[in-house]
Write a protein that binds this ligand. Structure first.
Ligand SMILES: C[S@@+](CC[C@H](N)C(=O)[O-])C[C@H]1O[C@@H](n2cnc3c(N)ncnc32)[C@H](O)[C@@H]1O
Length: 257
């Protein structure tokens, strides 16, 4: 926790808003998407989705294939405690919603479904697109599949299994968007990045969640930024955005949300 706080102070010193961003692509993304003031009716659905989970006392048995929870080592956990401790924050879910809507992602992939807070937001952001989400815990995946069905989300599919086993079996040739939101450790993050690089096209967007979760995660983020295929990156503290657009010069931005 101390690492995250100290990194946050560093981030505040380095970060800017849209001023001084000379790339039209990044400027438009920041002003029209990150700072969008649009108050869509879907906001209520996004907020209600998480609020309902936070009231759910059902207990399920967790199989954790990742780094586990920072808050508890208990494998029997209530839906409400999973939502509180590992579920995406509403602010992040709204940003994902805007992003899916802004870029009109047709084919999205998420590593780490959990209770589907981000899956739900991405699915709503572009109802004409499709999101495939991978979750290693069968009990959570079953719960979330049913929950999304109950919420009439028809453009999301959950695949159950370890990321490293499911990714090689994905039949899609390329994804427009990939959210890396599970197994927050350095080597695993770099492995998933390498495993998914063959699935990119020029306009694919990657987001890495929790790049300041640990020293190892920040090292992974720094290595990803240096990769020759990566052109633009945007560090928003919670998320690390990666773009591969060959028409952009390599440049790293640090933007406050
Ligand atoms: C931080 S949560 C994801 C949060 C979610 N995106 C949301 O919107 O609330 C991470 C999830 O990734 C899953 N996970 C971690 N490591 C995994 C792995 N190696 N393979 C499959 N799932 C994994 C965990 O079971 C957990 O549910």
């Amino acid at each position: 926790m101390f690492y995250q706080i100290s990194q946050y102070f560093n981030f505040l010193k380095r970060s800017t808003n849209q001023h001084g961003v000379h790339s039209p692509f990044v400027y438009n993304l920041v002003t029209k998407c990150f700072y969008s003031k649009t108050n869509s009716a879907d906001y209520t659905l996004i907020s209600n989705y998480k609020k309902t989970l936070l009231k759910n006392n059902t207990v399920i048995e967790i199989t954790d294939l990742g780094t586990g929870s920072m808050y508890t080592k208990n494998n029997n956990r209530s839906i409400k405690s999973i939502a509180k401790n590992s579920g995406a924050a509403i602010k992040r879910a709204k940003l994902l919603y805007h992003l899916a809507n802004y870029f009109k992602f047709n084919n999205s992939l998420e590593l780490g479904t959990s209770l589907g807070i981000s899956t739900h937001a991405i699915a709503l952001g572009n109802t004409n697109g499709k999101i495939t989400s991978i979750e290693g815990c069968p009990k959570i995946a079953q719960f979330t599949s049913q929950n999304l069905k109950d919420k009439k989300i028809t453009n999301a599919e959950i695949l159950i299994g370890d990321f490293s086993k499911v990714i090689p079996k994905l039949h899609q040739d390329a994804f427009d968007f990939i959210l890396f939101d599970g197994n927050h450790n350095k080597q695993a993050t770099l492995d998933y990045f390498d495993l998914l690089l063959p699935k990119i096209h020029n306009d694919t967007v990657f987001i890495f969640d929790d790049i300041y979760w640990s020293k190892g995660m920040t090292e992974a983020w720094d290595m990803i930024k240096q990769h020759p295929k990566v052109t633009v990156t945007i560090d928003t503290f919670q998320y690390g955005f990666v773009f591969f657009r060959t028409e952009q010069v390599k440049e790293h931005f640090t933007i406050r949300l």
